[in-house]
Design a protein around this ligand. Sequence first.
Ligand SMILES: NC(=O)c1ccc[n+]([C@@H]2O[C@H](COP(=O)([O-])OP(=O)(O)OC[C@H]3O[C@@H](n4cnc5c(N)ncnc54)[C@H](O)[C@@H]3O)[C@@H](O)[C@H]2O)c1
Length: 237
Amino acid sequence: MSGRLEGRRALVTGAGSGIGKAIAERLSRDGARVFTVDLQGEVDRQADVTEDGINAALIAKAVEALGGLDIVVPCAGITGFMPLEGHEDDFMRRVFEVNVFAVLRLIRDALPHLKESPAGRIVTIGSTTSRFGDEGLTAYGASKHAVLGMTRSIAAEVGKFGITANCLQPGAIDTPMTAPAFTDMPEFKEFWINKAALGRLGQPEDIADVVAFLCSDDARFMSGQGFFVDGGAMQRH
Ligand SMILES: NC(=O)c1ccc[n+]([C@@H]2O[C@H](COP(=O)([O-])OP(=O)(O)OC[C@H]3O[C@@H](n4cnc5c(N)ncnc54)[C@H](O)[C@@H]3O)[C@@H](O)[C@H]2O)c1
């Protein structure tokens, strides 16, 4: 399938680690030119996506480097297991700033460029908690419901410009985000391995490969969808 994104120009946030890094690598392998952003890691631009005005600046940099934009994947996100009683305002605000507002601002500021593209693509990263609840993930789950909700409304609005917007909802993926929890609580890791019908944790590439499909011409008539890429975990109760 090499080359199916030849000529496409992509912006990926959260590309310094885990799923975002795998997405940037996969899009590049498929021929896209990719501008990568993260707080840390080997990226084109280190930045905090929640900083005032930063997303407009990042879009400008990406457009300057790539000559336009066809694909936007706002993957930067934070989690944080926290009992409900520990949900201080600052914690909740931070989760929403990174997972919701920065995502929305990036898409908003990229839109004028995506409109110029013959095949604009927006892929947001939700979670199984975009649909189901989970203990200790009240703010995170609320933020991921918001990501799915915004993606659906965006899809309804941007279709007339030939742009698609879809929300990919990963199951438990083995990344630096989940590694501490899996190390500290082996039973939690076992739970997710056993819950997946496919009997394993996901790898970042399991997500990246589907993102690449969504960005390709093969997914041209697919928009406003939210779907699990979770090894079948959500089908088992
Ligand atoms: N790993 C999982 O099991 C899982 C499951 C469902 C959804 N997700 C989602 O996938 C996305 C990627 O997660 P991951 O597992 O690869 O985690 P990760 O921690 O490996 O990567 C997230 C990246 O986002 C960056 N980031 C965080 N806040 C930022 C900010 N303010 N500005 C710029 N960069 C910032 C981090 O530096 C990090 O490199 C997140 O949105 C996460 O919610 C992950």
